[in-house]
Design a protein around this ligand. Sequence first.
Ligand code: ADP
Length: 414
Amino acid sequence: MKILVINCGSSSIKFKLFDMARDAQLASGLIERVGERHSRSVVNVNGHSHTSDEPIADYDQGVREILRSLTTIGDPPPLQSTDEVGGVGHRVVHGGETFCESAVVDAEVLAAIEKCCELAPLHNPANLAGLRAAAAALPGCPHVAVFDTAYFQTMPPAAYLYPVPHEWYVERRIRRYGFHGTSHRYVALRAAELLGKPTPNLITLHLGNGCSAACIRAGVAIDQSMGLTPLEGLMMGTRSGDIDPAIIFHLERSGVPLEEIRTTLEKRSGLLGLSGVSRDLRDVERAAEQGSVRARLALDVFAHRARKYIGAFLSELPQCDAIVLTGGIGENSVMMRRMILEGLTVLGVSLDPQRNDRRGPEPFCITRAQSRVSAWVIPTNEELLIARDTAELVQRGAGRGRRAETLAGTPHGA
Ligand code: ADP
């Protein structure tokens, strides 16, 4: 079965096509600047890259263009006909408390995703637009929604409730949800295979432009660093992560408009804000090596905050089988891995500098053989997991995935 995976952002569409019988990726690509005057489409088939600067007006045109490329580019192209697509998997950022696993999309599921738009106003509307465009282009094909939040619906109330008036949760759904769930789930499954332990205790760190940490006890996610939105938690490329909320009132009192504070915390903080150099860790590392004090500080704060979360999550586990690093930074930055893990010797992590001095597509262990807690680099593959969920639901013919038990609206803890 061939499965198309689609990930729609606010002005972009990423896609991958898989042949599930061979677990092989057949094609991938990206359309940027959808709806702008100069779009850019890149399609990769058989190791060859094809680019086009034709304007793409909207998601409908974008999806049609992707299907056209997949049936015409390459010799032979990855699809003879669009009828070969057995299912489409869609990344959806927010599933609220409604979805604890992936779901075949029907009118009810679409309505539930729409209801979650108020929780993720920047992401869910784009995901929905992509879903509708793909459903219009491939009407006979099952579409599956895979949620970033679903994996963390197993968090207990002690981890997901904020210590604020309980009505905020019951009436406004203000609670911690956690994001990057597909990535954390993928590396946790790979770690279970690598460790030969089906239900391991893990701390997983997804360190990319967005960064998050997850705590997994006996194979079940019990805590996560991101909250109501992906702004909470670790320091990121441009997002602040945890701050004292009183900073916002302090700035507002001194005349800074609320909207400016919001965009600063989302787009001009983190590595970019502290270093003044870039949101890209490679640039910050280079600047630090060349003597930039602010760049060095940005690296120190980044590592310090990651260590704090690892320490906190260790305290939630009976014992830790592995710390797993993934995402562009986790997979590639030898320096940042060292900065984070060298500070954890007291917790039983003994980094092996030679093992750490490595990159590559396969997972590898970066701690010494005698390390009480092992650490691993496991490259993530969110699209493959979305494709697997889609194929599984299509084969099962399932109407919908299991629904999460919801506490909102019940007198829980009242
Ligand atoms: P996204 O969250 O957008 O998917 P990625 O997972 O690709 O992002 O991660 C992007 C981050 O990974 C950037 O900060 C980038 O600097 C960092 N990164 C990628 N390659 C390297 C490298 N070789 N060394 C250090 N950092 C790297």
